[in-house]
Design a protein around this ligand. Structure first.
Ligand code: OAD
Length: 240
């Protein structure tokens, strides 16, 4: 199967943890939604950070360390190759914070949930900064400007996504109209607003495609469903 793409087609890709699975990054729900017995929601929230910043930094430090030596796979590369072919007629929105799309060469990209290798101050408005530090031994980094606690630059449960990012996705879908092809890859369709982008794509008049290892929660809302591994299916679907 190959997605029909002509000179008017505009492609909006949404990715989730499944696209990085073949690179060796564990997905959220395949791990049972648990880390060291804690639900993800209980370590990835402002409430958790206020209660136990050491625990939260231990979780994100492990995830940072886990990216050591991890490289993009065939699905990341196929997505970047499609962008190289389509230019401004392409947009990628990812829920992943692992930076693998950028490593594969994606540029027209929105990291809806932030980036694991970026931190920011939880108190002052100092700009987010690159931070590859792994914190161990009960360390919590402190802001050199205001003394507040530094936190991962991740959108946590209970926090809104950046409205500018959602506007960019909306505008791309609306402008594309019936020329829109929306492709969701490796995402369980549970976490909103990302899981609702398929509805926007349908409203805009586009066609909708899904690539996932199993049938996710929102599978019925897609026109075309391809079940299998992203690294095998995506290069064929994109013809890259
Ligand atoms: P999930 O872990 O919920 O879902 C990953 C999906 O990828 C599952 O449906 C798997 O079946 C599928 N999958 C696994 N391996 C695959 C492969 N090789 N090829 C294709 N599909 C595969 O991850 P997300 O949907 O990304 O939020 O989760 C959404 C958000 O919930 C995450 O961004 C995170 C999480 O809590 C935050 O951290 C804010």
């Amino acid at each position: 199967m190959r997605i029909p793409i002509d000179q008017d087609t505009r492609v909006l890709v949404l990715t989730g943890a499944g696209v990085s699975a073949e690179s060796g990054v564990p997905t959220f729900r395949d791990a049972g939604g648990l880390w060291e017995g804690n639900r993800f929601e209980d370590v990835a929230s402002p409430h958790a950070f206020a209660r136990d910043p050491i625990l939260v930094w231990r979780f994100y430090s492990q995830r940072r360390a886990g990216l050591d030596g991890i490289v993009p796979n065939a699905a990341h590369r196929a997505i970047a190759a499609l962008e190289a072919r389509l230019g401004d007629r392409f947009l990628l929105a990812t829920q992943n914070v692992d930076g693998l799309h950028a490593a594969a060469g994606s540029q027209r990209m929105i990291e809806l949930h932030g980036n694991l290798m970026t931190s920011r101050c939880s108190s002052c408005d100092r700009a987010p900064f690159e931070d590859r530090q792994v914190y161990r031994d009960k360390q919590v980094p402190v802001c050199g400007t205001c003394g507040g606690l530094i936190r991962p630059h991740i959108v946590w449960f209970g926090e809104p996504l950046d409205g500018r990012d959602l506007d960019r996705v909306d505008t791309f879908a609306r402008d594309a109209g019936r020329h829109l092809v929306f492709v969701a890859i490796g995402t369980s369709g549970i976490v909103y607003p990302a899981a609702g982008i398929v509805d926007e794509a349908r409203r805009a008049g586009g066609s909708t495609w899904l690539v996932n290892a199993d049938r996710p929660a929102n599978a019925d809302r897609f026109d075309h469903v391809a079940i299998g591994k992203a690294g095998e299916l995506v290069p064929a679907l994109f013809g890259t």
